[in-house]
Design a protein around this ligand. Structure first.
Ligand code: THG
Length: 367
């Protein structure tokens, strides 16, 4: 494949210097910004992530900030997850839906205060939708993208590394909650979260000027922990069933099709723009749903277009992410499968660019 030409439209991040010095080998584009995908190799990065600790430049997880008296009302308009019980200091994984119940994004909502929220977005232009709603409904709320760039610490040794830089107090931060911790005189939001199943933290770095000092401090502090630069790993996240917006689901899918029904309280999410549409579709139940699939044979190539899933000649779904898993010694995959063929153990044919393979519907994800 050819390289991508750099330009101002393709944004660098406040950590790009560090990422380049660490020897990044490949990037993807996410929210019009650079997201590393490979350092040593996807397999070597995977092994290291599962055994040690990595620091990830996930600046592409841009924040949509809501600030003002109508912030909480606006947040609830965006999602069918009931936010009434959500206290400041909490993070919620929230499906965001349009008026048809279609998924627009699957961010992490961070409640800083009753009148101040960050929506830590996946790869779609959510800012435009949120600004449109705020203005269309004449809400008393400011909506913008602040200078905040998340930096993730992921892997089994991430708590030790975080404690060395932010103090022992970070050990008490519970999953999907955050605390405020000081670094070089600056208060930082540090949450226990991240796009891996290996555990870790996400630091919401406010102000590009403090980004490289924090990056450097983490690498200095983690030398004997074998800390390395890393990135969301294409093998590990499929094993763990972490969905990728734009890959595994789009605005054509409801949260229920995405297996995100557990994050919907559509009955009580009063004000949610997609509520009526979701109440209608939820009555019938989804006719297709995300499934874990094992694909037999040699390692599959990267999945850059949907691979058809067939039962004989009949198309019954598609595979949207796949990778060879060294730990499970099979190709692990995420697909959308029609109801008639989604039961555990169902054997299907997947058409990969390298030919047909047997794909078996799994009971759940691997990790
Ligand atoms: N962290 C932050 N922002 C993000 C991501 C992140 N923005 C982009 C992208 N990732 C959004 N998508 C996801 C997908 C999965 C999860 C978080 C964001 C996730 N899911 C857990 C799971 O499925 O096991 C836990 C969900 C829960 O129980 O609440 O973490 O990673 N800041």
């Amino acid at each position: 494949m050819a390289v991508i030409s750099p330009s101002r439209r393709l944004r660098r991040t406040p950590f790009s210097e560090g990422v380049e010095a660490a020897g990044v080998r490949a990037y993807t584009v996410y929210n019009r910004m650079l997201l590393p995908t490979v350092f040593e190799s996807v397999e070597a990065d995977y092994r290291h992530l599962k055994d040690h600790v990595q620091v990830w430049d996930v600046s592409v997880e841009r924040q949509v900030e809501l600030r003002g008296p109508d912030a909480a009302r606006l947040m609830q308009m965006l999602t069918p997850r009931d936010l009434r019980g959500m206290l400041p200091g909490r993070c919620f994984y929230v499906p965001i839906v349009d008026e048809t119940g279609g998924m627009l994004n699957d961010p992490v909502a961070v409640k800083l205060a009753e009148d101040r929220w960050w929506i830590s977005i996946a790869d779609s232009d959510l800012l435009l939708w949120v600004k449109g709603i705020a203005n269309g409904y004449r809400l008393d709320v400011l909506v913008d993208e602040p200078d905040v760039s998340p930096l993730a610490i992921q892997g089994p040794k991430s708590e030790d590394l975080a404690a060395r830089v932010f103090g022992e107090g970070v050990r008490d931060v519970k999953f999907f909650r955050f605390g405020r911790f000081e670094f070089e005189g600056r208060e930082m939001v540090v949450a226990r979260s991240g796009y891996s199943k290996q555990g870790g933290f996400e630091i919401y770095v406010e102000g590009a000027d403090i980004a490289m000092p924090l990056w450097d401090a983490l690498f200095r502090a983690g030398e004997d922990l074998n800390v390395r630069a890393g990135c969301p790993n294409g093998i590990e996240r499929v094993e763990g069933g972490l969905l990728s917006y734009g890959n595994d689901m789009t605005d054509d899918n409801t949260p229920h099709e995405c297996g995100l029904g557990r994050f919907c309280d559509t009955q009580t999410a009063i004000g949610c723009i997609g509520r009526d549409a979701l109440l209608r579709v939820a009555k019938e139940g989804p006719v297709q749903q995300i499934r874990a699939l094992a694909i037999e044979g040699e390692p599959v190539p990267l999945c850059d277009r949907a691979w058809g899933l067939y039962a004989g000649d009949i198309r019954v779904g598609q595979v949207t992410s796949a990778a060879w898993s060294p730990d499970f010694a099979t190709n692990v995959a995420i697909g959308m499968v029609r109801m008639t063929h989604w039961d555990t153990g169902t054997q299907l044919t997947v058409v990969t660019p390298e030919g047909e393979r047997v794909a078996t519907v799994q009971a759940g994800f691997w990790a």
